[in-house]
Ligand binder design. Structure first.
Ligand code: GUN
Length: 295
């Protein structure tokens, strides 16, 4: 088994971005600027957003964190989105999901200017992605494609099984893997909660992308020898032996699968850090597309 080290790869790519920022933001031009909006007190979201903001600082981006209380109204959040859309000093921004239940996520996503939608969630970017046009790709699928590319994992013609059909991971990664591109050209099956005899699919898979949110769901007896496993799950489970009282595990049972697979992403340190890096790549792209070309 070979580990796909998302943390190390993400650091390498961050160094590449930092070098480019240094080169581009000379001549008195401001550096790229990412803003993040966090609504409410969800502890996992707070950690993810903090990672995004501190990563910006490390690579020479400007960053702004807008923190709002749980009781923020939909109209208040829409107003923040409108202001960020208009702000010439912000190249891209994200609204961290999930949002409190009283706010309609689709309405917020639709309000974001696609030119600043560095999460790639707006239907304009999603549609462009599906048609193979230049677009800001959703961060987690973009990170997975980068991992497959940089680890030289052969995808073309392979049997890829995606578990989970969310708008932000399962559905877009199934499109990217099947696109006529490199990496891509895979034969993709998208499995979900209504799939019957799921193991018939997972046992035939050359590559499995799992994004279900169920701790340690995928076991060795569900896969064939030599499978590549991309684990998107980040689940907190109780661990009384740890000082914190919990630990993070993926959707794949790492210990059980490690002998049987050819490659696997660990949790933590696999897909997670790549998601942040993809967001930074999209922000750099937005800066080049709009700020640098207009100044
Ligand atoms: N929640 C979980 N993943 C993501 C992501 O990639 N972007 C945003 N905005 N929220 C998320």
């Amino acid at each position: 088994m070979k580990l796909i080290d998302g943390k190390a790869l993400s650091n390498t790519i961050k160094e590449e971005i930092a070098a480019e920022v240094k080169r581009l933001s000379t001549n008195k031009k401001r550096p790229p600027h990412l803003a993040a909006v966090l609504v409410g007190e969800d502890p996992a979201s707070a950690v993810y957003v903090r990672n995004k903001v501190t990563s910006c600082e490390k690579i020479g981006f400007e960053s702004t964190l807008i923190k709002k209380r749980e009781t923020t109204t939909e109209e208040e959040l829409l107003e923040i989105v409108r202001e960020l859309n208009e702000d010439k000093d912000v190249d891209g921004f994200i609204v961290q999901l999930p949002l409190p239940k009283h706010i309609n996520e689709h309405k917020i996503t639709l309000a974001i200017d696609p030119a600043k939608d560095v999460d790639g969630f707006h239907p304009t970017n999603f549609g462009k992605m599906a048609q193979g046009l230049p677009a800001y790709l959703p961060a987690t699928p973009f990170g997975i494609m980068t991992m497959l590319d940089r680890y030289d994992i052969d995808v073309q013609g392979k049997n890829c099984v995606v578990l989970g059909r969310s708008n932000i991971v399962g559905t877009p990664i199934s499109i990217l893997l099947s696109r006529k591109a490199t990496p891509g050209n895979a034969t993709v099956t998208l499995c979900h909660s209504r799939t019957q005899n799921l193991e018939d699919y997972t046992r035939k898979a050359d590559i499995i992308v799992i994004a279900l949110g169920i701790p340690n769901y995928l076991k060795a007896d569900m896969v064939k020898d030599g499978v590549v496993i991309i684990d998107v799950g980040i689940n907190r489970i109780e661990a009384p032996e740890r000082k914190s009282g919990y630990k993070l595990v993926g959707d794949a049972d790492f210990e059980d699968l490690s002998e049987k697979c050819s490659f696997i992403t660990p949790v933590p340190g696999g897909v997670g850090p790549m998601t942040v890096t993809s967001l930074l790549s999209n922000t750099l792209q937005a800066y080049k597309d709009h700020f640098l070309t207009n100044s």
